[in-house]
Design a protein around this ligand. Structure first.
Ligand code: OFO
Length: 167
């Protein structure tokens, strides 16, 4: 179980790096709102990582801070970047589901209970990513639409994390 949780710590840390890299790309392209959204998302992933770190250490394990894979630095277009974000969240959801599966085979119900927060979080993050992709499809190639999207997207966040008292 500890090994699987440590693997998830790495997944969350890498997620934070991926969104940080997306923030940088957006920022240098002048997409200020998208950059702010990605910076916030990156912070959230770090929070997800820390929550796991603390859980592992408090349960008598040892949270391992490992090396991370380097994220992409060029995302092509903002549309492609958000598609990549969505795909990444699907990947993370699968990793969380696998982790939950391990808790059941190991009969580790404390960790099972702890992970329910992540299960709920992934449902929200996937829904958020889908909503954003829908908006992007509506915009198409309309420059005015992109201007409004960039202005508004920074207001969008996943609020379950903020509402979590243990966060
Ligand atoms: Fe950690 O929630 Fe997104 O990936």
């Amino acid at each position: 179980m500890e090994k699987a949780l440590n693997a998830q710590i790495r997944v969350e840390a890498e997620s934070s790096q991926v969104y940080l890299s997306m923030a940088c790309w957006a920022e240098i392209k002048g997409l200020e709102g998208i950059a702010q959204f990605m910076y916030k998302h990156s912070d959230e992933e770090r929070m997800h990582m820390l929550k796991l770190v603390k859980f592992v250490n408090e349960r008598g394990g040892h949270a391992i801070i490992s090396e991370l894979s380097a994220p992409d630095t060029d995302f092509g277009t903002f549309q492609k970047m958000f598609e990549q974000l969505y795909d990444h969240e699907i990947f993370v959801s699968k990793a969380i589901n696998e982790l939950v599966h391990v808790t059941l085979t190991e009969k580790d119900y404390a960790t099972h209970n702890f992970l329910q927060w992540y299960v709920a979080e992934q449902i929200e993050e996937e829904a958020l990513a889908r909503t954003i992709l829908d908006k992007i499809n509506l915009i198409g190639n309309d420059k005015g639409g992109l201007y409004l999207f960039d202005r508004d997207v920074q207001m969008i966040t996943v609020d379950s994390a903020a509402a979590d008292p243990g966060a």
